[in-house]
Design a protein around this ligand. Structure first.
Ligand code: ADP
Ligand code: MG
Length: 453
């Protein structure tokens, strides 16, 4: 009988690396510490509405998605509405930039919405301990494979935020897609919350459910299908295609106008955009939000160059640089969810196409990181045995922050995620011939494929 791979009767092995990805111990713990400062930084940015408004003004002209979120933020500010508290669940992603002899962790991006996959990956640590031992690993696996406490840390933050909302019958709702693929990751967090407190009601809903069955009470409580909502946890709603109609937008708008704690709230969602991250990487910008010089130094050490492409002299300079040597950069639209970035000669093509229009304001440019490669095996559901190949790993460090509306009551590192992929997608040997019109067509360099969040 043919098996239907999408049927719930069929069990497939989730793709994973057979062996753990190495990272120098000092970097792992350094990034775990820095995450606490990054939590604080993003929280402070999210409270600086003028900064968010000013930073995203030009990008939002072309980028309707960002524009809509800004409009929702404006409305809530005009109506002087505040959530009962703040729940920030973040993930900062890094590559080890350089070679095995000389490398530094460099940040790829910070995620402020739907920062997931840590719960399901925490199950991989025991698998990696086992495979390392089976293969005769000479390291002390207990010491060398740190426990991944993402489920416990996320759950603790949820419980704290739920207590701040302070209504025993109010639920945490997980906002998921109708065809959700990350259900096992999400369920582990749900069970983790229940372990802390069995009485917290938890429901899984779609944006459509909230938009069609939700309402606001006179005192701005969000009621969905008869249940009051304490926390709206978005695992959906971060890319335009999640919004098929105005009903989904109404859901986000209603949640933002309620006193429910949205994870993230609209301003924290906007604080996680590529444009804000590019502006924050400018000299002096972290300092605007954080005064402790040691924290500033630790955060800045993880940054790599980022450049505005906005109309004006600074943007023109960045465009000239990228057209001359596109292999050194990544061009990013102000979007989430993987698969949007432009690489190599495509940067040149795109910039030549849009350099005279304000569409360029909806992109940023970033120094291309060339990650360290390590041989390894990728295990996928297949009849073929995995092959040894060069792999690169992106290290994600989770953070959790909770505020009661006035003070930060929890700010912690919250586990890790490692995504290991074949190096072929990040080859260092992407050298482009000198620029001529013909070389644009002749290049066969193609961008990395879409990666799941
Ligand atoms: P998204 O929100 O789509 O996840 P990212 O900034 O994480 O956006 O980019 C997607 C992927 O592109 C990353 O996972 C990484 O593999 C690659 N990438 C992003 N920025 C860089 C960079 N500066 N250098 C090299 N690769 C990058
Ligand atoms: Mg990413």
């Amino acid at each position: 009988m043919e098996l239907d791979p999408t049927s719930s009767d069929t069990v497939m092995c989730g793709p994973h690396a057979l062996l753990p990805a190495p990272i120098p111990r000092k970097y792992f713990y350094q990034l775990a510490d820095v995450q606490i400062y990054i939590n604080e930084l993003l929280y402070l940015i999210s409270k600086d509405y003028d900064f968010i408004r000013e930073t995203l003004k030009s990008a939002s002209v072309y980028d309707d998605f960002t524009g809509r979120l800004l409009n929702i933020l404006e409305t809530t500010l005009k109506e002087d509405i505040a959530d009962a508290g703040v729940l920030a669940l973040l993930r900062s992603d890094y590559f080890l930039d350089g070679s095995i002899d000389e490398m530094l962790p460099k940040m790829v991006e910070i995620n402020t919405i739907a920062s997931g996959a840590g719960a399901i990956q925490s199950n991989l640590t025991p698998v990696h301990k086992y495979t390392t031992q089976l293969l005769g690993g000479r390291c002390d696996v207990e010491k060398s494979l740190p426990a991944n406490n993402n489920i416990e840390q996320y759950s603790k933050a949820f419980v704290k935020a739920w207590e701040i909302y302070n209504t025993p019958k109010a639920a945490i709702i997980f906002v998921v897609s109708r065809t959700e693929r990350n259900v096992f990751d999400q369920r582990l967090i749900e069970f983790g919350i229940k372990k802390f407190n069995w009485d917290i009601p938890i429901k899984r809903v779609t944006l459509m459910d909230i938009g069609s069955k939700g309402k606001l009470s006179d005192d701005r409580r969000l009621i969905v299908d008869g249940t009051e909502v304490a926390i709206v946890y978005y695992r959906d709603g971060y890319i335009p295609s999640h919004f098929k109609s105005e009903t989904e937008w109404n859901a986000v708008f209603m949640a933002a106008r309620s006193r429910a704690i949205c994870c993230p709230n609209v301003s924290l969602h906007l604080a996680g955009t590529k444009k804000v991250q590019q502006v924050i990487a400018k000299p002096g910008m972290v300092e605007r939000f954080i005064s402790n010089p040691d924290k500033v130094k630790a955060i800045r050490a993880t940054f790599t160059g980022q450049y505005s492409l906005d109309i004006g002299a600074e943007g023109d300079e960045a465009i000239a640089m990228a057209i001359t040597s596109p292999e050194n950069f990544v061009m990013k639209p102000n979007k989430e969810g993987g698969g949007n970035n432009i690489y190599g000669v495509d940067i040149r093509t795109k910039l030549l196409e849009i350099q005279k229009t304000s569409e360029r304001n909806a992109y940023i440019l970033m120094d291309r990181i060339l990650p360290v490669t390590v041989p390894g095996y990728k295990v996928v559901s297949s009849t073929e045995l995995p092959k040894l190949q060069n792999m690169v790993s992106e290290f994600g460090m989770f953070g959790a922050l909770v505020s009661d509306g006035n003070d930060v009551v929890l700010n912690e590192f919250a586990g890790h995620l490692v995504r290991t992929k074949p190096k072929i997608l990040y080859t260092k040997d992407v050298t482009l011939p000198a620029f001529t019109r013909n070389t644009l067509e002749a290049s066969n360099y193609s961008a990395p494929p879409r990666l799941n969040k």
